[in-house]
Write a protein that binds this ligand. Structure first.
Ligand code: GDG
Length: 472
């Protein structure tokens, strides 16, 4: 019988060392939840890196056995692998390039060599588990080479790839010395998915110009194989957020937080530390708002959660310092003894506290300079069970293609963002309700479970079409 193998850089757990022992902490992320309905069934498994270095052979074997019970198979990475493949090629080469931050691209042959080597490690782990007719769904930019590596060994397998970050214009892709190999890796798949139509068009254009493969309505004919490319905008676990917003746990936090903050309008911003998220630009816009509108002093404040991320990469350390300085600047300029403009947290929060932030905030300010999708804005909307609240959303986030009832802004236009905040602060409740309800109805319908279903149904359809063509 054939099975399905999910593959991602990280397993949906993290391995933590405690007093010489290890333990597993499950991930509560949206992808882990959505794909849970797949890998937990039958013989299916999830393959990925457990997120920690394990040098001891005996301990590795123990981890393999423990993970087997959770239906997972680990790919162990050495410290050097993590440094060169993950922090290096994935996060210092692909990430900046694909988010249009060409000034941060690091062109390092040693990074590329490690990227090839680690993609091969993933391939070897999968080959040890896979049957020729299995379905393998590979996730994200750390594993672009894997689909073709697998295809070379498993010509009849059903292989899919989904990219969670943007796919940039050909003008960016052509800058990368390894562009041909990267695209060749991806086209080992039967189905390739992106969050948006624009990402899909960019990919097809690069495949046409670099690999010479043309397409007809998103179908590429390569080496007698048919490859389908399309947009599958990822949803969230809608019910989880809407239920949490009315749960006792969340409401207790809301009550406690509101008592501390007093009666004022709240803006929420939540991101991983990343230059693609436009955090400094957002603080500058909020600073301008307070400079231009003294009537808001003491009446509006921003809760800014920045989740630590990639802190070994130099550009992220520089960004952190810039944010610290900007927050110091705005708070020292405007704070009074009973009001602070920006409540800045450089850490992550437990789920119900995050839910409380969404629930109690009047406005979400989601202004990335580039984002594949952005789930924070969707989670904010899902948490507004009382229908009050305003979403300000960057046109550069994939989510802006769906959430057209948000106030859409260009994050590089500071004046525009300031005006959007003023508009949001003065929006009447009727309009808030109309906009939130409309966004909620599409998010509810197209949630993470529907996303998985639509993607898997399409994969099946593509495979059937291939079989039909082969038999002609
Ligand atoms: C990549 C792409 C694409 C954040 N702070 C806390 C916390 N979070 C959770 C949020 C949300 C997730 O982290 C962040 O997801 P995003 O989509 O906003 O951003 P990336 O991490 O950059 O994700 C992105 C995504 O992949 C999926 O394809 O949308 O474009 O860049 O779910 O809730 N969770 C908790 N505490 C926090 O403090 N518990």
């Amino acid at each position: 019988m054939s099975k399905t193998i999910i593959v991602s850089n990280r397993l949906p757990i993290s391995l933590q060392h405690k007093n010489g022992k290890f333990e597993f902490k499950p991930s509560a992320g949206g992808l882990a939840t959505g794909l849970g309905s797949i890998y937990k069934e039958g013989e299916n498994i999830w393959v990925g890196w457990p997120g920690n270095d394990v040098a001891d052979e005996e301990q590795r074997n123990e981890i393999v056995d423990e993970l087997k019970k959770l239906k997972m198979a680990p790919v162990f990475l050495t410290k050097k692998d993590v440094e060169l493949y993950y922090e290096g090629f994935s996060n210092e080469t692909i990430w900046p390039a694909f988010h249009y931050f060409t000034q941060y691209i690091n062109y390092e042959d040693s990074y590329w060599e490690a990227y090839v080597r680690v993609n091969q490690k993933f391939c070897d782990t999968i080959l040890a588990k896979a049957n020729p007719e299995d379905t393998i769904w590979v996730h994200d930019y750390q594993l672009l080479l894997l689909p073709m590596m697998l295809r070379n060994h498993l010509p009849n397998a059903t292989i899919a790839f989904f990219q969670h970050i943007p796919f940039p214009s050909y003008e960016i892709i052509r800058m990368l010395p390894w562009r041909k190999e990267m695209l060749e890796g991806m086209v080992g798949s039967d189905l390739i998915g992106f969050h948006t139509y624009d990402d899909m068009r960019h990919f097809l254009s690069s495949v046409g110009r670099i690999l010479g493969l043309s397409n007809e309505s998103g179908f590429i004919q390569a080496d007698n194989r048919l490859i389908n490319v399309d947009a599958f905008p990822m949803g969230i676990d809608y019910e989880k957020f809407s239920k949490a917003a009315e749960s006792k746990k969340t409401l207790n936090h809301v009550k406690k937080f509101k008592e501390m903050l007093g009666d004022q309008k709240l803006l929420i911003t939540i991101d991983r530390l990343d230059y693609s998220k436009g955090i400094p630009q957002r603080i500058k816009a909020f600073t301008q708002l307070l400079e231009d509108h003294p009537e808001f002093h003491g009446k509006v404040s921003m809760i800014m959660v920045v989740v630590p991320s990639r802190d070994k990469v130099r550009s992220y350390q520089v960004l952190k310092e810039e944010i610290d300085t900007l927050v110091g600047g705005i708070n020292s300029k405007f704070s009074t003894l009973n009001w602070v403009p920006v409540h800045y947290f450089y850490r992550s929060f437990p789920f119900n506290e995050l839910s409380a932030f969404y629930t109690m905030s009047d406005i979400a300010l989601v202004t990335p300079l580039r984002d594949g999708m952005n789930l924070v804005c969707k989670e904010f909307v899902a948490s507004k069970t009382h229908k009050k609240g305003v979403l300000i959303l960057s046109e550069m986030a994939g989510a802006s293609k769906e959430l057209v009832d948000a106030i859409l802004v260009n994050p590089n236009n500071q004046e525009g963002v300031v005006n959007a905040i003023v508009e949001a602060l003065s929006m009447d409740e009727e309009e808030q309700e109309l906009r939130i309800s409309s966004m909620q109805s599409s998010l509810k319908k197209y949630d993470i479970f529907q996303w998985v279903k639509v993607f898997m149904d399409r994969l099946k359809h593509v495979k059937e079409r291939q079989t039909e063509l082969e038999s002609k």
